[in-house]
Design a protein around this ligand. Structure first.
Ligand code: ADP
Ligand code: MG
Length: 211
């Protein structure tokens, strides 16, 4: 079960892992984009962390409110293509836990599904277009599969992380059809998509923070 304290802790871990990988994400974006992905995301998630640190005696119990605030901060601070996409994803996920003070694995599954739906509606991309969706869609498929098979939490974490990693790495094989990288056409092949990598890091931070 994740309550408001744990959710904020997850957000802090995401902010930390993005900061640690800021230069790496920027390098990936330098190869096939404009080199701002790490800078964009670090600015956004640092602002999220600062917000919840500065209001730490006043954090809502309602998980939906925590995530809708997070989405609004990301939308206003990240910019680029990824700001509105991650912002929409988290806003859609926030609806699933609106008015809830705790969430379980099934809520997590529904949140990921809603987040992906939001990214698809907003960015009109599909799996194989070399975007963050290439990490997130296989993650969702594996999570569903693990829940159906009634695997233990440790097994679920292991398989979900493996699948997110595999999806992220698969972007190396495709040429980009969406976003700035699509201007390069086939020359984008051989490079990992920066958004696929940041989504992997976010999934990893979540997995490493939950019990
Ligand atoms: P920008 O491309 O505006 O500089 P960022 O560098 O912050 O924005 O983010 C780039 C990432 O956004 C890409 O690596 C890709 O994963 C993701 N992206 C771009 N366009 C789309 C889209 N239409 N759908 C899903 N993800 C996208
Ligand atoms: Mg960029």
């Amino acid at each position: 079960m994740v309550n408001s304290d744990k959710l904020v802790n997850i957000l802090f871990h995401i902010a930390d892992i993005i900061k640690e990988n800021k230069d790496h994400l920027t390098e990936l974006d330098q190869a096939i984009g404009d080199g701002d992905h790490g800078i964009n995301l670090d600015r956004g998630f640092s602002a999220v962390k600062e917000h919840f640190l500065s209001t730490k005696d006043n954090i809502p119990k309602d998980l939906g409110l925590i995530l809708s605030k997070t989405a609004m901060i990301l939308i206003s601070k990240v910019g680029g293509a990824s700001g509105p996409l991650y912002g929409t994803a988290i806003m859609k996920a926030s609806n699933i836990v609106s008015k809830k003070e705790e969430m379980n694995l099934l809520d997590g599954l529904n949140m990921l599904e809603a987040a992906i739906q939001g990214i698809k509606e907003r960015g009109k991309a599909e799996q194989g277009d070399k975007t963050m969706l290439d990490t997130l869609i296989p993650t969702l498929t594996t999570l569903k599969d693990c829940i159906n098979k009634k695997l233990t939490n440790d097994e679920i974490k292991k398989y979900v992380l493996e699948s997110a990693k595999k999806g992220m790495k698969s972007t190396k094989e495709y040429s980009a059809n969406k976003g700035r990288a699509s201007y390069l056409g086939a020359r984008s092949i051989g490079h990992i998509d920066p958004g696929a990598k940041s989504s992997y890091l976010i999934i990893k931070a979540i997995i490493n923070t939950i019990d």
